[in-house]
Design a protein around this ligand. Structure first.
Ligand SMILES: Nc1ncnc2c1ncn2[C@@H]1O[C@H](COP(=O)(O)OP(=O)(O)O)[C@@H](O)[C@H]1O
Ligand SMILES: [Mg+2]
Length: 188
């Protein structure tokens, strides 16, 4: 965006340094443009390579847009000055730049450090229905264990919270508390 006349607020958001900043403005008002300009300025003025900057978004679409627009900005710098070796270098680095969703970034961190976490190298992310099934299995197993143990406190709890021969309400209550603790909405 070489010939854009930035507003004062945009300039502030582009040039502010050394602190966290939050930019909130209406759709189409130029937030992404500001972000792209901040990144390009870092590359040009501070000699930071594009693959040393982490750019995270919430959606895949936003990540693709971000990558596209950074690429466009690099191309227009090269157009302005075809001998700009720094920009040519950025062009070759952009493919391995971390411009992605927060989820895929976290997944990468886990994948690259699985051994620190004591999990298998070929772990994968479960889908929602798998997670529900695993939760059910775990709670069934725990109840089974506690019944076999004849744990007094547990049996008392079952007695208070369940109907005749049906401990489902207690299991559901435990899962509800679990969801609440994880700050998810409690379903009904
Ligand atoms: N100061 C400006 N002058 C002219 N056009 C601008 C300016 N700032 C942003 N734009 C343009 O407005 C459009 C929307 O900007 P964008 O960054 O996508 O907005 P947002 O991310 O806030 O939805 C883009 O085409 C962008 O190039
Ligand atoms: Mg945007």
């Amino acid at each position: 965006m070489a010939d854009v006349k930035w507003t004062d607020e945009q300039l502030l958001a582009i040039n502010e340094k050394g602190k966290n900043i939050l930019v909130a403005a209406a759709a189409g008002s130029g937030k992404t443009a500001v972000l792209v300009e901040r990144i390009i300025n870092k590359v040009i003025n501070e000699g930071v390579d594009i693959d040393k900057i982490l750019v995270v978004t919430f959606t895949n679409a936003a990540a693709s847009e971000m990558r596209e627009r950074i690429l466009d900005a690099i191309y227009s710098k090269i157009e302005e000055n075809p001998d700009d070796t720094n920009m040519q270098k950025q062009l070759s680095l952009i493919n391995k730049a971390s411009i992605c969703t927060i989820h895929s970034f976290c997944l990468d961190v886990i994948r690259n450090n699985f051994y620190e976490l004591d999990i298998s190298a070929n772990f994968r992310v479960a889908d929602t229905s798998e997670i529900e099934m695993i939760k059910q299995e775990v709670i069934e197993d725990i109840f089974e264990e506690k019944y076999i143990d004849n744990n007094k406190d547990f049996l008392e709890l079952v007695d208070i919270y369940t109907g005749y021969r049906d401990d489902e309400p207690l299991k559901e209550l435990i899962l509800k508390i679990y969801r609440y603790i994880r700050k998810c909405t409690i379903s009904r």
